[in-house]
Design a protein around this ligand. Structure first.
Ligand code: FES
Ligand code: FES
Length: 163
């Protein structure tokens, strides 16, 4: 019988307690236990970045973290940040620049880009390429994604100077 463990964590602002198998990944917990399927699972080996979420404000590959390791943490998924409006400028820029095709990489890409812009509001194109290098996209060739992130960074910078 698989050992189970009680965990309590905050997901998208809501504190919840669950009993989970000790070997369940955070990605599977979010998708299967909570129905938050915006967190995608590609490689399950920490390579592709599709499963990116925020844990305590930092991007994390949720396929590599066990749900029990997130006990006591604050987790944010694409559903939470989209609902809160936290990534609305990035979403609009991705839409305007056609920065997605199949969309499989997009949630992880947006969460990674948002972390970059929160830490470095005016990145160079090279820095954007470097920062998203752990998020694989098999469709776009990355150019439109970098364009969109640069547009969002200019927009956020403009908002700051006109406030
Ligand atoms: S599914 Fe987690 S990095 Fe690919
Ligand atoms: S849009 Fe298809 S993987 Fe990026």
């Amino acid at each position: 019988m698989m050992t189970r463990c009680d965990i309590t964590l905050t997901v998208n602002g809501e504190t919840l307690s669950r009993q989970v198998p000790v070997r369940r990944s955070l990605a599977d917990f979010l998708r299967q236990d909570l129905g938050l399927t915006g967190t995608h699972v590609g490689c399950e080996q920490g390579v592709c970045g599709a499963c990116t979420v925020w844990v305590d404000g930092c991007i994390v590959r949720s396929c590599l973290l066990l749900a029990v390791q997130a006990d006591g943490s604050e987790v944010a998924t694409i559903e939470g940040v989209a609902d809160s409006g936290a990534i609305s400028q990035l979403q609009a820029a991705f839409h305007a620049r056609n920065a997605l095709q199949c969309g499989f990489c997009t949630p992880g890409m947006l969460l990674t880009a948002q972390e970059l812009l929160a830490r470095e509001p005016n990145p160079t194109r090279e820095r954007v390429r470097e920062y998203i290098s752990g998020n694989f996209c098999r469709c776009t060739g990355y150019h439109a994604i970098v364009d969109a992130i640069m547009d969002a960074s200019n927009e956020i910078g403009h908002d700051r100077t006109t406030r």
